[in-house]
Design a protein around this ligand. Sequence first.
Ligand SMILES: [Zn+2]
Length: 347
Amino acid sequence: MVPKKGLLARLEEGPVICAEGYLFELERRGYVQAGAFIPRVVLEHPEAVAELHREHVRAGSDVVLAMTYYAHRIKLESAGLQGALEELNRRALQIARGVAAANDALWAGNICNTNFYVPDDPTNHSRVRGIFDEQAGWAADEGADYIVGETFYFLGEALLALEAVKAVALPAVITLAIHRDGLLRDGATPAEACRTLREAGADVVGLNCIRGPRSMLPLLPEIAAGVAPPLAALPVAYRTSDSQPTFQSLQDELGVLPPSLSSFPTALDPFTCTRYEMAAFAEQAAALGFGYLGVCCGGAPHHVRAMAEALGRKPPASEYSPDMSRHFALGDQDFVAPVNRDSHRWL
Ligand SMILES: [Zn+2]
């Protein structure tokens, strides 16, 4: 049997796609509660997690990312679920490993923002590091190909995550979440933070979450100019803009507002990107030298397929990619009934 190529070898051959955003998609499907966003679904409906993994791989994701986002000690303690911590993590890792093995995909462990980190507090830092250490340890123990540390809005926390991944001797993909002022919350620019992480040993550095294609893309050239590849860019699939650069700042003026009066996170549907917008982002980010691409919150398999195709791939789901020439009215083939032609006049 030919040994599986690892992440870094695959990145040398071309872009690697990683579909993220499981919590949002499984929330829409009725398996995750918005608010705390704790991934109890891993234990309660493991088949739903495996199915979404399979859909993403079929759509072109090269990686199955274990659903351990927000499965850390702080989150689980907040819901009295700390007794299930290790079981939930190991089960998520095993589900990812199983889907990857059946599809010749890579699979990765996942650690993330604790929402507990504070700068300049060594006691806090050793607690956060311990949280990362136990999750990274389980990922290594279950045989992950690498570990993603993601959605860090403090560089200091990202560095603690990186140390934990390095301690288990796995490749580290570390991605940062940039809020509306365009900086990490401990002051670094995205490019400075990526450079610091690279110098500290991160194998892949870049951005994920918070910003959609339109407000993430402008941050990429400065990172590409100052940091050697491989670089990562995984936007949310929402139409953020200059004036509303984060998905938390999007505000729907037309729809019925949710009780929280905020479109984020449960009324973002009208801002969802089309597959073509996500495909354009993949093409533009790849042209800037970003080789580790994907989707974060809001993303769905049709986005992943369009991005894969924009990068020259033909994943299994491309069998059903659109062919509007065969549409009953928009099509141009002989079977379009005369009464339905000239659709721009009546449709
Ligand atoms: Zn996200």
